[in-house]
Design a protein around this ligand. Structure first.
Ligand code: TRP
Length: 375
């Protein structure tokens, strides 16, 4: 089944519909060493693997997200793991006063998810602001971490350093614990994230461990699992300015960009003056990131791509990259355009996701209040 055919079925269907996501998954690069064992474990016991990941609704997802985590999510979904994807709308106001165009960004994020292959029948996609019991978990969880621990979180420190707000607000300071609630409300045990999120995963693990110790269940079972990080095998992609590709730095190629915009963005990417193209991430980071991007799109080794371009220089490299990206994303973009034409459908996916997330969160909160001895 092609991605476009899937979109046609899903589009306008009475219920969030149409399994698959085969189009993006089929072109995914070979799994890195280490993931094979996990794949096997998930395949053997899909019900024992609950995956939670998420993003802030602050703008369109880009190629860094796609190769860094979206492909991984779709792969895990394909293996049968149960997926929860949180749209972290409360997190948007950690480093800004107002969450601009929140509804639009939330819907567009859901569109990016569906277009890249997440299936709303198998993945629960929801904004966490719509799940009261998830948010209530923040209260007991906050009592399990010290103020000093909150102040030491390197990712929070980095975000504070880059924020242009005059003062750090309390939500910024505590959001890793809120993120622990995102992860633990559904008792997720696998969290596919980027390197920068590892300190937060450590917070979630600490909260889970301390909660279990402080509130043992009469039957001896633990309330929360220890969630594991799942780092992507794909190396970091650089943005067009040679620094990490990021929504906020204006250096990203959005998944939803059209082909001409993609060509323009890639033409503007920083390279170097050596005409001979090579794959040397340490010595030539900008050129190598472009080579890698073409390689990921084509599902071939970067060294081969570099060899083929040879003395063609940056112009030939950028032509290859542009064609590879546009070709790889064509079915995804077509599917996205089709889904985007029906906002009602996207809203329905989010509503159904929130409903499912609420049922799970309510059950967890009941259990939490129970072991705490609440009336
Ligand atoms: N903090 C993540 C980011 O900025 C988004 C996020 C929110 C998240 N809750 C999560 C990621 C839970 C993984 C698990 O990208």
């Amino acid at each position: 089944m092609t991605a476009t055919a899937t979109a046609t079925q899903a589009h306008g269907a009475p219920a969030p519909a149409a399994p698959t996501g085969t189009a993006p998954a089929s072109t995914a690069p070979a799994a890195a060493p280490g993931t094979a064992a996990l794949d096997e474990a998930v395949r053997r016991d899909p019900a024992g693997h609950r995956v939670l990941t998420g993003d802030r609704p602050t703008g369109p997802l880009h190629l860094g997200h796609y190769f860094g985590t979206l492909q991984n999510r779709v792969r895990l979904q394909g293996l049968g793991a149960e997926m929860f994807v949180v749209i972290a709308d409360y997190q948007v106001i950690t480093d800004r006063d107002i969450a601009h165009r929140l509804a639009e960004h939330t819907e567009n994020l859901a569109l990016d998810y569906l277009a890249t292959g997440l299936d709303p029948e198998r993945a629960t996609i929801f904004p966490h602001s719509a799940v009261p019991a998830l948010n209530q978990l923040l209260l007991p969880f906050l009592s399990l971490v010290s103020v000093a621990e909150l102040g030491r979180n390197p990712t929070v420190k980095d975000e504070i350093a880059h924020s242009d707000q005059a003062a750090v607000n309390g939500l910024m300071f505590t959001y890793p614990v809120h993120q622990a609630a995102d992860i633990l409300f559904c008792k997720a045990n696998l969290v596919p994230v980027g390197q920068d999120q590892l300190p937060h995963l450590e917070v979630a693990r600490t909260v889970a461990r301390r909660f279990n110790e402080r509130y043992p269940r009469p039957d001896g079972a633990r309330v929360f699992p220890q969630p594991e990080a799942l780092l992507s095998a794909a190396p970091l992609l650089l943005g067009t300015d040679g620094t990490k590709m990021s929504k906020s730095r204006g250096n990203a190629v959005p998944l939803s960009a059209d082909e001409d915009t993609t060509a323009r963005l890639i033409r503007g990417a920083r390279t170097d003056t050596d005409r001979r193209i090579s794959y040397d991430p340490a010595g030539r980071p900008e050129v190598s990131s472009l080579v890698l991007l073409a390689a990921l799109c084509q599902g071939r080794p970067p060294e081969r791509i570099a060899e083929e371009i040879g003395d063609g220089g940056a112009a030939a490299l950028k032509r290859t990259v542009t064609e590879s990206v546009n070709e790889h994303l064509r079915p995804i973009r077509a599917r996205r355009a089709e889904l985007a034409a029906d906002r009602g459908y996207i809203r329905q996916v989010l509503r159904a996701g929130a409903e499912r997330a609420n049922a799970v969160a309510d059950a967890t909160l009941t259990e939490v209040r129970d072991v705490m001895g609440s009336l």
